[in-house]
Each structure stands twice: as C-alpha cells, then as structure tokens.
Design a binder for this molecule. Structure first.
Ligand code: GDP
Ligand code: IMO
Ligand code: MG
Length: 432
C-alpha cells in the first residue's frame, strides 16, 4: 500500500472505540497536510507513541504532534474549551507547541458545566440501566445542539456581553431542570461560569475561524486532508448498539457534516480494529470473555481506558460487528492492531455469528436487549508462542499469525493493509 497516493482519507474505529486510531492517524499524518477531528469530544482518548514519549490526546487532533502539519477541530466536535486549553498547556510543558497550527471551528458546540453535571446525574438516575458514559458531558451537549435554544457555540464565546447574557439564561433553566429531574441541590453560578468561559475566550480566539472556508481553500490548493474519527462505529448514534452508544456519527458518513466538506471529498476510508475486541461502558458485547482468557488479553494489551482509566471489557474478535462496520462505512482498507497481544494463547477464537434461543441473528440487529442475550458462534484457530514486536514484515510473522490475519480479511471482506505489532510507529507491518 502506497500511502503517498491516498486521496483525502478518513480513519475510523470498527468496534466500540480504542481500536488504535491514534497510532494509525499519527502514522499516516506524514502523507497529509491537515488532520481534522469531526466528531465526539473529550470522550475520545487517542494514544500516540513517539519514541519513548507517550501522548494521550482527547480533543486536539493527533496532527498537532507532527511539525509542519495543520490540525483542525471541526464544527461537529463537542468542544470542552477548558480541557483543550489544558491539553495545549500540557503539550507545551513537553516541548510541543500548539499555536497557529491549530484551527477551531466557530460553529463547534461548547460543552458547558451543566452538561457534565447532567451526564453524571442522568447516569446515576439510570442505575443498573446506565450507559456507562465517560462523564464528559457529550450526550447533553449534543442534545442541546439539536434543541438549539439552550446551546452555546464557539462563535458565542467571541461576544462577551451576549455570552454572559446567554449563560445567565441557560444556567437558570438548567438549574431548574436538574433540580426538578434529579433533585440536584447545586445552583449553577452563572456569573462564575461566564467569567470562566470569557477567560477561555481570550485564549481560544486566535484559533477560531470558519473552518469550511479553510478547507475549501486548502482543497483548491491541493492540500490533503486526514479525518480522525473518534469513538467507534458500533458506538454510532444511528447505527451502533443503541442506546449504548455515543451521541455523534462516528463513521465516514459523519465527515461531510462534522467537518464541513463536500460529500464526495473522502476517497479512502481506513477502518481500525484490534485483533480481538474491547468495549468500555455498558451494552451488548456477544464475544466478551469474562474468564481468565479475557483477563490475559486485558493485562497483555494494557486494556485500561485512556480517558477514564476503566478496565476495558475484552473478547474475541467480533467479525459480525466488523463486517457490519466495513459495509456501512464503505471501508477501503483495514488496519489490525495489537496482534502482539494475542501471543501465548493456545487457540484464538473468532466470533462469526450470534445465536439466541429464538434462532441465529442476521447480524448487528437494532434491539440491544436481544443482542445482550446473544451467544457468540466461535471458530477457533491455532495460536502462536512467538513474541511479535520485533517483526517488521508480514512474512516474518509465524504462520499461525499470518493465517489468523488472512482469515480476518476473508471474514471482514476488506483488504487488511496494515498490521500493528506494538504501540510504536515502527512496530507496524504494511502489506502490499
Ligand atoms: P484510540 O482511541 O483508537 O486511539 O485507541 P487508544 O489510544 O484509546 O487505545 C489503544 C492503545 O493500544 C494505546 O495504549 C496504544 O498505545 C496501544 N496500541 C496501539 N497499537 C498497538 C499494538 O499494535 N500493540 C500494542 N500492544 N499496543 C498498541
Ligand atoms: P476513542 O476515540 C471507547 C463509550 C463510553 C460509553 C459510550 C457513551 O478513544 O475510541 P459518551 O461519554 O460518549 O456519552 O459515552 O461510548 N465511548 C468510548 N469508548 N473509546 C472512545 O473513544 C469512546 N467514546 C465514547 O465508554 O460506553
Ligand atoms: Mg481511545
């Protein structure tokens, strides 16, 4: 695969997030000019290893780590202004300067303190039926965006008087709402919130622009855009395992709306998956392993959340979900991550179907309650004992590992062009 020939490209997760998108975006960035976030917000946690340095980015596009590249936060992102500034400051302490290489859309919606509060209160109220959100205020922020009357955008930050007035109105409304619905006794202090956000405004302002004009110009100049998807396709608000999903469009379908580029812009779509499957938070996960094999994968793969530190649920590769993602997302390439993590297992399972008492399911069906009950149909393939992290070419992998990847490729139906055998940039095998 020759990356230098790729047109505008999008990288998306094929399961429930944390597939290793950060590493792939970082790897591809050298072949692009602009890296763009188009969905999600601080719920994302994208890890990049550069030598021994580990970076975990939540709101900043991974492109900020590559000198000479532009990074853009598109209108579809739920922007936590305080957090993105914290990220910028943390990077500065490590010698990575984010200055005029960052653009932020004036149309992006702001995550406000009441969004985070509502996220937590709502989850508590749901009890055992909770979604298991990241508590970053994502759902409430996007809900307000759709509701409009109570939404606040980056553009509003730039008008101090109007912002203060808007915050007064919305804070009064939200105080009533949270008190009536959840018995919350905390009053939202509108003046303090306005002061806090006006402080952010001074620092955000230099980055703010109409990013659609920026892209239009860049595309005319022949610049190449790389779109960095957050979350995963099974967390998509329309097509994921609803209601155990996030609140944005997580696939390439989300790029035109979430970035503000014409629909036909995306030429290539790289789906990222692990060689097994993980999920954080609640919701159906038919191939989950709750035994010592799941534990083995969790420890070898360091499967603890980048954003919340929660242990990730681990299971066999869910080929049903991956095939669904491949078809829905129009994937042109697949990157399989963490093959190294599976070393040492006697046999490796692959989930090829879902079975319920009522019969086999046709795929990722709409009803999460039925999916919850589904048993996985598992095919076993032989494992391997050799550590893979030093492998640099596909043909250096043990035959069982090669056979495993080839089987995945057949099941998913899309060429697997990248195989990752470790978190670092050079621990990557490119297939023709
Ligand atoms: P993202 O949200 O999709 O960007 O993924 P995360 O960064 O949340 O989680 C992926 C984790 O796996 C990170 O800690 C990466 O450093 C790590 N990682 C990525 N690829 C590999 C790989 O091939 N092998 C191993 N062992 N770790 C990897
Ligand atoms: P990256 O980009 C893993 C999950 C949460 C929860 C559900 C809803 O790092 O892959 P939300 O806070 O969005 O309302 O939570 O979605 N979730 C993720 N899981 N990786 C992510 O992002 C996620 N973003 C959201 O755990 O189950
Ligand atoms: Mg992550």
């Amino acid at each position: 695969m020759d990356f230098s020939e790729l047109g505008h490209t999008c990288v998306v997760g094929m399961h429930w997030g944390d597939e290793g998108k950060g590493k792939i975006v970082d790897l591809l960035t050298e072949h692009f000019d602009i890296v763009v976030r188009f969905n999600g917000g601080g719920n994302a946690g994208h890890t990049v290893m550069i030598g021994d340095d580990k970076f975990a980015l939540h709101l900043l596009p991974v492109g900020v780590l590559s000198p000479g590249k532009m990074a853009v936060v598109g209108p579809g992102v739920a922007l936590d202004a305080g957090r993105i500034l914290e990220e910028i400051d943390a990077l500065a302490k490590r010698g990575v300067i984010v200055a005029d290489n960052l653009r932020i859309s004036d149309r992006a919606h702001l995550v406000m303190p009441w969004h985070k509060r509502q996220d937590v209160l709502s989850e508590t109220a749901l009890g055992s039926g909770k979604i298991g959100t990241t508590a970053r205020g994502i759902g409430p922020c996007y809900a307000d965006k759709m509701y409009r009357a109570t939404a606040i955008r980056v553009a509003d930050l730039l008008n101090a008087r109007a912002l203060r007035e808007k915050i007064r109105q919305v804070a009064a409304f939200k105080t009533k709402l949270l008190s009536a619905c959840y018995g919350d006794t905390e009053r939202l202090d509108a003046e303090a919130i306005a002061d806090e956000y006006l402080g952010y405004a001074d620092r955000i302002r230099p980055h703010v622009c109409d990013t659609t004009c920026f892209f239009w110009q860049a595309i005319r100049e022949g610049k190449r855009l790389l779109f960095e998807g957050a979350n995963g396709m099974l967390l998509d608000v329309d097509h994921g395992t609803f209601p155990f999903v996030t609140s944005s469009t997580t696939s390439a379908i989300g790029v035109p709306a979430g970035a503000g580029v014409p629909t036909q812009t995306i030429r290539t779509c790289v789906g990222v998956t692990k060689a097994y499957t993980t999920r954080v938070g609640a919701g159906p996960f038919p191939s989950e392993l709750t035994d010592e094999v799941g534990q083995y994968i969790r420890e070898r793969g360091h499967e603890y959340g980048t954003t919340t530190g929660r242990p990730r649920r681990c299971g066999w590769f869910d080929a049903v979900a991956a095939r669904y993602a491949a078809r829905l997302g129009g994937l042109t390439h697949v990157a399989v991550m963490h093959l190294d993590t599976l070393t040492g297992l006697d046999r490796i399972g692959l989930c090829t179907g879902y079975r319920t008492a009522g019969g086999d399911l046709p795929g990722v069906i709409a009803d999460a309650a039925v999916l919850e009950q589904a048993e996985p149909l598992i095919d076993y393939l032989p494992g391997w004992k050799q550590e893979l992290r030093e492998c640099r070419r596909f043909d250096e992998l043990p035959p069982a590992a090669r056979g495993y990847i080839e089987r995945l490729e057949t099941l998913v139906g899309v060429p697997i062009t990248i195989v990752s055998v470790g978190p670092e940039r050079n621990q990557t095998l490119i297939r023709a």
